[in-house]
Design a protein around this ligand. Structure first.
Ligand code: PMP
Length: 440
């Protein structure tokens, strides 16, 4: 059946399928971190629905919430009407938002995807400021709809659309391959100084923007954590110039980075937060949460048919409360640090590992060609073909790992926050084996 299903989908589905090509699996069952294919093979899942499955597949807390809601007779779709489920979800969300942000925050339920919430955030700040332009960063990923795509950096997915919006691209503090040719903290300082100078340069060509949008840890861009000091600089620079700061926590949110929200590491308080993926507890959900001062929309100014599905709210509320009650963000910090440490040690043995970085259970391993000429930061050329071979080697060993980054040379580990110590060891054993084999 596996081959028949794959063949039918191949002939009927769009050529833009990505994961389906890389991972020729027809999942029939999944539990926690394990996915079982139609051919009976089992895999450890380090992709987790692109970071969506904070509690792994089919967690009992999620299944119970879904069963209870289904059995209650509650309507599953009610546009944006108030329901007990929405009330409960909003409660769970606000209980878990950073306290000083939640105090004066409002939530808007968006369409089901992260990109819908990004669109809403851009439009909201454009409405509030009466301005149009957006400041976004190199390596950024914000989604595939016109506004979010304009803010996204990756040229391969932007072409050939002349994307909407006027976006000024700023240098993200990518320590390993700093755009200013200096690595580490100094590179981040230079990037912050550049942003400030550009905004203040009367001939810099940047009109006062509607917003700055950033990820505290870039995900698709190659798992790049911004230093806390740099994030505080972005907060200062935007605050001093009256520019709303949108933090896109679609991938970093809900415990992933070792805190409930990635902004909590640096302590910055954004004006707008964009949330999706894990906040729906495996079901589609996206919201934009913002300071009440930005609440400039008239009724009906931003609508849509699917805005907060009852089942997603039930699963999402149960997930957020379970992450908090079980201390899963703290656990992500501990397990993530241990995994990162072991990978860093492995770097000594395998020179194709150029960089190991991340925060919590959002870990990136950048693969390089150690025989190539290093750049001024000391980084060797990226090795995308090797990375693709490692990904295939992982799959052959029963491990699902996706790539990301500028050159598709970064292995991205996004295991569920519920990963056990044994599973973490198994992931690293298989990964180490696959890297050693592919680079031999
Ligand atoms: N923002 C970030 C930071 C993301 O990682 C993603 C998805 N990977 C999105 C936005 C877009 O979300 P979606 O794919 O649900 O539209």
């Amino acid at each position: 059946t596996r081959d028949a299903v794959l063949h039918r989908q191949h002939s009927r589905e769009s050529a833009a399928r990505t994961y389906a090509r890389t991972f020729p699996i027809v999942p029939v069952r999944a539990d926690g971190m394990t996915v079982e294919g139609a051919d009976g093979r089992r895999y450890l899942d380090c992709l987790s629905g692109a970071g969506t499955l904070a509690l792994g597949h089919n967690h009992p807390v999620v299944l119970d919430a879904l069963r209870r809601t289904l059995d209650s007779g509650a309507p599953l779709h009610v546009l944006d009407l108030a329901t007990a489920e929405k009330d409960d979800y909003t409660g769970a969300l606000f209980e878990n938002l950073p306290r000083d942000f939640a105090e004066s925050a409002k939530v808007h339920f968006c369409g089901p995807a992260g990109t819908d919430a990004v669109e809403a955030a851009l439009k909201l700040t454009q409405t509030a400021t009466g301005r149009r332009g957006v400041l976004a960063f190199t390596g950024a990923y914000h989604g595939m709809t016109a506004g979010a795509l304009a803010a996204t950096g990756n040229v391969a997915v932007k072409q050939p659309l002349p994307t909407g919006g006027e976006v000024t691209r700023l240098p993200y503090p990518y320590a390993y391959r700093c755009p200013f040719g200096v690595g580490g903290e100094r590179g981040a300082e230079l990037s912050a100084a550049y942003v400030e100078r550009l905004l203040d340069d009367p001939s810099g060509g940047v009109l006062p923007p509607a917003a700055m949008i950033l990820e505290a840890v870039q995900g698709e861009g190659g798992v790049i954590p911004a230093p806390d000091g740099w994030l505080r600089e972005m907060r200062r620079i935007t605050a001093e110039r009256g520019i709303p700061l949108i933090v896109d926590e679609v991938q970093t949110g809900a415990g992933r980075t070792g805190a409930m929200w990635a902004v909590e590491h640096s302590g910055i308080v954004p004006d707008v937060m964009v949330l999706s993926k894990a906040i729906g507890g495996s079901l589609p959900m996206a919201v934009v949460v913002y300071h009440e001062d930005y609440d400039g929309w008239q009724p009906g100014a931003h609508t849509g048919t699917f805005r907060g599905n009852t089942l997603a709210m039930a699963a999402g509320a149960a997930t957020l409360r379970h992450i908090a009650a079980a201390g899963l963000a703290e656990r992500a910090a501990v397990v993530g640090a241990r995994m990162t440490e072991r990978l860093t040690a492995l770097r000594g043995e395998l020179p194709v590992i150029g960089d190991v970085r991340g925060r919590g259970l959002m870990i990136g391993v950048e693969l390089v060609d150690p025989s190539g000429t290093p750049d001024t930061c000391g980084a060797h050329p990226a090795a995308p073909e090797l990375a693709a071979r490692v990904r295939a080697g992982c799959l052959a060993r029963g491990l699902i790992v996706e790539l990301g980054g500028r050159h598709d040379a970064v292995l991205r580990l996004l295991p569920p926050l519920t990963i056990t110590d044994e599973q973490a060891e198994a992931v690293l054993d298989r990964l180490a084996d696959a890297i050693a084999e592919a680079s031999a």
